[in-house]
Design a protein around this ligand. Sequence first.
Ligand code: NAG
Length: 751
Amino acid sequence: IKQLIATTMSIFLLVACSEKGDNPMLNLIPYPAEVNQEKGELKIDVAMLSVSSDDDFVVTLLNKQLKAEQNIQLAHAEDGFVKFKLVNDATIPAEGYRLKVAPKQVLIEAAEKSGLLYGAQTLRQLLSPENGRVVLPYVSIKDSPRFAWRGMHFDVSRHFFDVDEIKQFLDYMAMNKLNTFHWHLVDDQAWRLEIKKYPKLTEVGAWRENVGFTANQVKGLNVQNTEAYGGYYTQADVREIVAYAAERNITIVPEIELPGHSAAALVAYPEYYCNNAGELEIWEQAGVSAGVYCAGKETTFQFLEDVLSETMDLFPGEFIHIGGDETPKDTWLACPDCRQRMKEEGAHDEHELQSYFVHRIEKFLNKHNRRLIGWDEILDGGLAQSAAVMSWRGVAGGVKAAEAGHDVVMTPMFPYYFNHTQNHLSTSPGHPGISTLRDVYTFPSIPTDISPENRHHVIGVQANMWSEYMPEFKHIEYNLFPRVFAIAEVAWSPVISEWDDFYARVNNTLPLLEKLGVKAGDISYHVRINVEPDYENKSATLAFVSERPNTIFYTKDGSTPTTRSTVYRGPFVLAEDAHIKACQFKEDGTTTFISEKEIIFHKAFGKPYVLKYAHAPQYDGGGKYGLTNGFLGVEVGVEEKPIDLTIDMGEPTEISYINSRFKNAPMSWVFGPKKVRYELSEDGTTFKEVASFEPGVTESDVNEIVDYPAEFSATKARYVRIIAESVGTCPAWHPAAGGKAWLFSDEVIVK
Ligand code: NAG
């Protein structure tokens, strides 16, 4: 019995030891589902690491990677020290594998090739040779992905990337266990896919006169704007790329945008544009053109079905992406054919006409056993149950779609758009609007607003790479890394680790990127100021979040922080107006950016309001109280229509001051208001004007917030109304003249 107790004890100790978590995390990204480290490590000469495999490609790829990263090669053997085995074991989940490092062998087992491929990627990260020897921890790993859709999107329309660059992109995906490549092949700026039946799509549509996106917008670029710029993929190229991806367990989802974002196609084939709608050009700048397929002509659908048929021949995957975002519908309203179609189909307005358009394409795809996926705008007007939705304008579309029973891929622009810069360096390419590694890593990928029984509809996550301001592949690499590690781990790992652990693993992986010759994006010194208002107690809790562990210094009076300012030690409560400024300092004592936030506990703080015209889902100002949450800087955005809100103060309140704030940034299509009017009411029915402004539109390239403060004699009122008129459309002098303009406001201050 003594013997038995002793044995049991030692087993207990052993288990306790391996589960206690006193082992540091292994340097693996994405982190496996289950890792059990045992005592000790295997030290072995690289030359002894022979390999045998039930699948040759796994070894070919692993060897190619090891050569580049570590300059080592595993020799083939009948009975290798490293064994990749396909086993008939139903307990291994889809794409999953088991990996065990033992004294006499390294064994990777999977039920499918994809599992072996991913096991090899994990092994690759475990191998760290020193002086001809490899040291491997004794470990046993059981691993499989969290999501079936682990996506990366790449826009090759705004700028062209050749076959080798696409393959390189796919390699980066495979090493991060990503399995879905969303290939954005067409847009207003170019059509890049050869379609045999319509050769002009690429003869005409793949080229524009200039590289466009003026050089001063595209940092570090020095392109002569004299020759034709462009390129396309032949069908042979595409077949080669599809096969290349398949070997790496990557399915390609091609995107054929419709009905909007289609100027390139319509310049090549103007007959599918509404008659008398005017001339189109292939775009050389960012933004949305008027190029929308005519929804009235039957020939449009014939054309699109032909295009989609060739597309389906090339891409064997289940999903075809049809775009569906940002469709300007003015041409439809002015087109007799479209009007006729609306009448015939009982479409009450242009939105229902888009719905008809999408439905019709969907039926065609379904007939060919494919599923449609599109941007969240396709939800307007209802969809067939099998259609899937990509939530890009925030998470609202994802919530709506999942609740309606559609599968959803979460790709909210903040933080999953990798074209947004990830730091504040003036040399960083991409769109402004910072989205850091930490933002990507810590973002809740399944919105908690989805009811628990519908959360399974979130089939995955995806990061998008729009290329307007990234003409060269090095820009893509800079913005991809290191954030791709974050999206990969979110997509794969069942649990997100502590930030510090992830940050450490990323830092340990950066030297490898250097060996591959990749210039990864610099990790920021950004300090995010999070405000949690407490409306009942007229206070707010502030928390600062940074990527780097450096000390955060801050001030509350709007002065510039220095290393003698207050040190941030944790969340704190604020009950008085403050102008917070916070930053981290680099080793040389400078800083890259000072974050700031003004907090004002005014009379309308936390008061509910009603907007007459809904804001865009992606610009909600931070939630329900976006315009009365007391802090400045996060905006509510309304397209084309006025910002017209009525605040309910809850009870008659003495008011003598109103200030509403609007953004003016014409080059981002955001214009200050044409007119602003303030009104007060006691009963919510009869309103009396107390102040008004008529600012007029500036013709300039500014990016400013303008205040409209008004003081007046104290008046008792329960309701406060602010009416700010929009310019509606971009004026004649603007590069996007006629396009819908935005109106943005961050706060209404009432005193
Ligand atoms: C969106 C557009 C896209 C553009 C991107 C970045 C979607 C679904 N649509 O407005 O065409 O490239 O922003 O500017 O993202």
